[in-house]
Design a protein around this ligand. Structure first.
Ligand SMILES: [Mn+2]
Length: 333
């Protein structure tokens, strides 16, 4: 198969390898992906969002045998893909975001081993790839990703869910998801959570996770009210600046505004000059939001992408209003 991995192939990373994993920091799927790679290879890792991925990749340790990039859709980031070969001898890219033919081509050109599916979340794909090197109970971690990500129909997802107890993985996975959706989840706390997950510690045994999840559950009802009170509704799109909640959570809560088919939550991304955006849709929005975000964010000098009904991006703050106008025009009609 040369440099690409066939659909069901597993990867064997020799135990003596120097491995580093870069994974998405925003939700259980990304954290669990990093934890699974660490559990299988004892690697070090970094968590990143799309806004700081270049910096994170530039700071990976030198002379790596393997770099594993998980749960990060780099389809629109060709310059990042082009630089991957400088980081390690072997690069493994495991993801479930949209990947275009051109994206696949640039990954192939960079000699990256690709494991991609739209039907199984990243943590399920990582678990499958490394399952021969993982302890038996690690399947539970994959299930935390599967139960908290948008529902998908993949065969591996079904296998993972059949091998685990629904109540237990839902409880643990959602505790994680709630804790991660607060603005109090610092990078060091996220890293601590990944390290503990990698040793198969249960989220309900992590006191910080329990406390944050509890607080968040209590706060969400109140936040939903506040968000919908100040949401601007244009055509059938609810728009609001996110406050004190993760962007994705805010966008989800905004969908409860009556008569809207899509929502946009936004906030500045690190510096005031860039704005991070999260969008959500109902079945009635009639668009693939991931594809739409690629197109619209590019049009205003940003980047974006994602899934059918859950997507996001980053745009220059000076062009946020222009972005909103385009989004409303495409979705709200
Ligand atoms: Mn994911």
């Amino acid at each position: 198969m040369g440099n690409s991995v066939s659909h069901n192939a597993r990867v064997d990373i020799p135990s003596v390898s120097r491995v580093f994993c870069v994974s998405h920091r925003d939700d259980p799927d990304g954290l669990v992906s990093a934890a699974l790679v660490r559990s299988a290879t004892r690697c070090h890792f970094a968590l990143t969002g799309y806004e700081d991925i270049e910096e994170v990749l530039a700071n990976t340790p030198r002379s790596l045998d393997w770099l594993v990039v998980a749960d990060l859709g780099l389809d629109e980031r060709r310059e990042v893909i082009g630089r991957l070969p400088d980081t390690a001898r072997h690069i493994l890219y495991v993801d479930h975001h949209l990947l275009s033919v051109e994206g696949k081509r640039s990954l192939r050109k960079a000699k990256v081993i690709v494991r991609h599916s739209l039907k199984d979340c990243a943590s399920v794909l990582v678990w499958d790839l490394l399952r021969n090197q993982l302890p038996q109970e690690a399947v539970n971690l994959a299930a935390y990703g599967a139960v908290t990500d948008p529902p998908v129909s993949g065969r591996l997802t079904r296998e993972v869910l059949l091998k685990t107890n629904r109540d237990l993985v839902a409880y643990e996975g959602h505790l994680l998801a709630l804790a991660l959706s607060t603005d109090k989840c610092t990078t060091s706390l996220l890293e601590e959570i990944v390290s503990k997950l990698a040793t198969l510690q249960l989220p309900h045994r992590m006191s910080a996770v329990r406390r944050l999840a509890d607080e968040q559950a209590a706060r969400m009802v109140e936040m939903r009210k506040q968000l919908s009170d100040r949401a601007q509704v244009r055509k059938r799109v609810a728009i609001a600046k996110a406050r004190r909640l993760a962007l994705g959570t805010s966008a989800e809560l905004l969908l409860s505004v009556p008569n809207v088919v899509a929502s946009v939550a936004y906030d500045t991304a690190g510096s005031p000059s860039r704005t991070r955006i999260s969008v959500r849709g109902t079945d009635e929005c009639g668009r693939h939001l991931g594809k739409l975000m690629i197109k619209i964010t590019r049009g205003v000098g940003g980047t974006g992408g994602g899934h059918m009904l859950a997507a996001g991006g980053i745009v220059p703050s000076s062009r946020l209003q222009e972005f909103l106008g385009l989004f409303v025009r495409e979705v709200g009609r």
